[in-house]
Design a binder for this molecule. Sequence first.
Ligand code: B12
Length: 402
Amino acid sequence: MTRQTPEELASAIKEEARRLGFELVGISSVADPLHEASFADWLRQGYAGEMAYLTRTEEARRHPGSWLPWARSVVSVAMNYYTPFPRETAPRGTPRGWISRYAWGDDYHTVLERRLDSLLTWIRGEVGGIVQGRVYVDTGPVLERGFSGRAGIGWIGKNTHLISPKQGSWFFLGELFLSLSLPRDRSIKDRCGSCDLCLKACPTTAFIGPRRLDARRCISYLTIELKGSIPVELRPLMGDHVFGCDVCQDVCPYNAKAKPSKEPAFHARDGLHAPELIPLLSLTDEEFRARFKGSAIRRPKRRGFLRNVAVALGNLGSVESIPALVRALSDPDPLIRGHAAWALGRIGTEDAFAALAEANRHEQDPDAKAEIEQALMGEEAEAIVDSPSDGDPEGRDESRHP
Ligand code: B12
């Protein structure tokens, strides 16, 4: 059936999108997305770190009309992923880490893409003629916050999130580019006001200012996107985070009354809410892939994830984790060996230092060896502090866990 007017069609598309589980829907044009020039400047400043794919696709992200010449409208959608498990409800005792809320359930790319594909099929059926369409959920060169902001789904907040006045920011975004001309929605005004809770709360001081994040310092980047070694000076600031970070959203007043997601795919899988860390450190590659099948956690691969686990264990400082960290000193991957060495140095018991000294005798990889030697320097510092000639019995090495 063909709809009478573009207005009727737009409203029917929104209704169908809501039926498919998207709480927020808005329509905008294919013109360059909001703030594309500041995106370019952000790249120039090097804030993207190793995310070379952003630089490679800069032009496409800034000017979508240049590579989607047939597109006339963009339908932006948002799906709530909030599941209420406050940190305080995690069982105590054995060391546990924190996985970002967005990764507790199934991989969102797949969930949203399938729904948007269904929306496109529905639109084709509804219009009856040829409709070109393309779906993106963080799967193409699209500045999603820029489009969703223009479509009135929310405003770009100081923490760089798209924030909806009613829903807060615990939602994923997706876009459907269409060859149909549809009436556009209005963008909404910024409502952050003078609030700067998010900017102050960031554990690694990753915000250079409002709406400007130095990804190289962001825990999300460090635990998910960064392939190699985590800068030593940032490790102690990462706390128990092993995958992503939610701090700048947790403190946002617009998230205070967040409603739980109705989407079963985003409900927490067993063991992903505040997981026990020690067993994670011994996962083989096969076990890692099986355990996180269909989950966003597979992105950093075993080596990145176990690297993060080692850092969190070092920060938690529990002696219970020493045997697992000592075993990790013989991991086949030097990145994991190096970060386990850092964690043992930070825990800093006699056993930990003895294991480090032993590992130092046979370590061949230059980076892992440098980590071990650096960790052993903590022991020397302790010896100086303990020495009676030092005269400062209260003296402590600030870089070590209490
Ligand atoms: C690269 C990337 C990251 C990087 C960099 C994030 C960043 N803030 O730049 C890292 C790895 C750090 C990251 C982390 C996270 N990400 Co991410 N990420 C992306 C990705 C792939 C590209 C974003 C991008 O281009 N960044 C570059 C910056 C400059 O652009 P931007 O973030 O879009 O910001 C806009 C504004 O800041 C604006 N701007 C700049 N200056 C100014 C000035 C003014 C005055 C104004 C108003 C605006 C403005 O310009 C930009 C363009 O519109 C998008 C998906 C996509 N294709 O868009 C997801 C996406 C942004 N991420 C998302 C999520 C969920 C996260 C995490 C919450 C995951 C987690 N829990 O760990 C964290 C949040 C960290 C944070 N504060 O952003 C969601 C955000 C949903 C939402 N409600 O906003 C997206 C949209 C994915 C999706 N499809 O749902 N992410």
